[in-house]
Design a protein around this ligand. Structure first.
Ligand SMILES: Nc1ccn([C@@H]2O[C@H](COP(=O)(O)OP(=O)(O)OP(=O)(O)O)[C@@H](O)[C@H]2O)c(=O)n1
Ligand SMILES: C[C@](O)(CO)[C@H](O)COP(=O)(O)O
Length: 223
């Protein structure tokens, strides 16, 4: 299990790492990790953090008595670099890669992904796009994109370790930077299985997402 948490959260504009923000009395990263701590499939968690924040995260994991975090690895400039640094120390056959900033993933989805990745080598959750999507150039619509085959992809993304490592190494050699890990597998010609994701599995990206997160907590009776 690799959890990248080394981003700067520029779009959140919180002034601190968004994974350290409190949500319902717990830091976001602790909420995310606790889901995997409960999961019997998850043997160990590699968390990727920035050099400057390593000690802060270490103390936090101790304070919340998290048992499965077995490595704190230093991240890189892009999410892809951070994930790659984490993957290099992964020792299992299958790996889940999950954003530290997605604290609402469910156990049910995790298990579905593990099963599909065991069978297909790569599996990711996604939800059908709800809005009409337009390609825009210099403030004007260039075209309206056909929506029926568009899905918004989430994490965790599950892979055979050998496959995702090869995909990352090829991307590195060829100077390709993708916004998710599955795209690196796609570009080396391997299939990626899609499972139905969950609209509540939001990534905390902009300040509005904190409002949605509070509403999700309320719906779960945690507020
Ligand atoms: N160099 C980076 C960039 C991102 N991430 C992590 O990847 C996840 C998804 O990225 P995103 O939401 O884009 O986070 P940030 O890059 O921090 O956001 P922003 O682009 O707004 O700065 C986050 O958990 C983030 O901490 C990371 O580990 N290393
Ligand atoms: C990996 C991801 O969360 C899937 O939706 C997303 O691509 C991360 O992208 P970001 O640009 O780093 O937010």
């Amino acid at each position: 299990m690799v959890i990248p948490a080394a981003g700067q959260g520029k779009r959140m504009k919180a002034g601190i790492n968004k994974q350290l923000l409190e949500l319902g009395g717990q830091p976001v990263i602790v909420r995310t990790l606790k889901i995997f701590e409960q999961d019997e499939w998850c043997e160990g968690i590699i968390v990727v953090v920035s050099e400057a924040e390593r000690e802060r995260f270490h103390e936090l994991f101790q304070a919340f008595q998290l048992k499965k975090v077995n490595a704190l690895v230093i991240g890189g400039a892009e999410r892809q670099h951070s994930v790659y640094n984490g993957l290099k120390v992964a020792s299992s056959e299958l790996v889940l890669i999950h954003d530290g900033a997605r604290p609402f993933v469910t156990m049910e989805k995790i298990h579905e992904l593990v099963n599909e990745a065991n069978e297909h080598g790569a599996a990711v959750p996604a939800v059908p796009m709800k809005d009409t999507v337009k390609r825009v150039q210099q403030g004007f619509v260039k075209e309206t994109v056909e929506r029926s085959s568009l899905w918004a992809v989430q994490t965790p993304q599950a892979f055979r370790v050998s496959l995702i490592l090869t995909a990352h190494e090829r991307a590195k050699q060829e100077g390709y930077i993708g916004t998710d890990d599955a795209s690196l597998v796609e570009r080396i010609g391997q299939k990626v299985k899609i499972i139905e994701g969950d609209y509540r599995n939001i990534k905390l990206t902009t300040p509005d997402d904190l409002l949605f997160a509070e509403a999700i907590l309320l719906s779960k009776g945690e507020r």
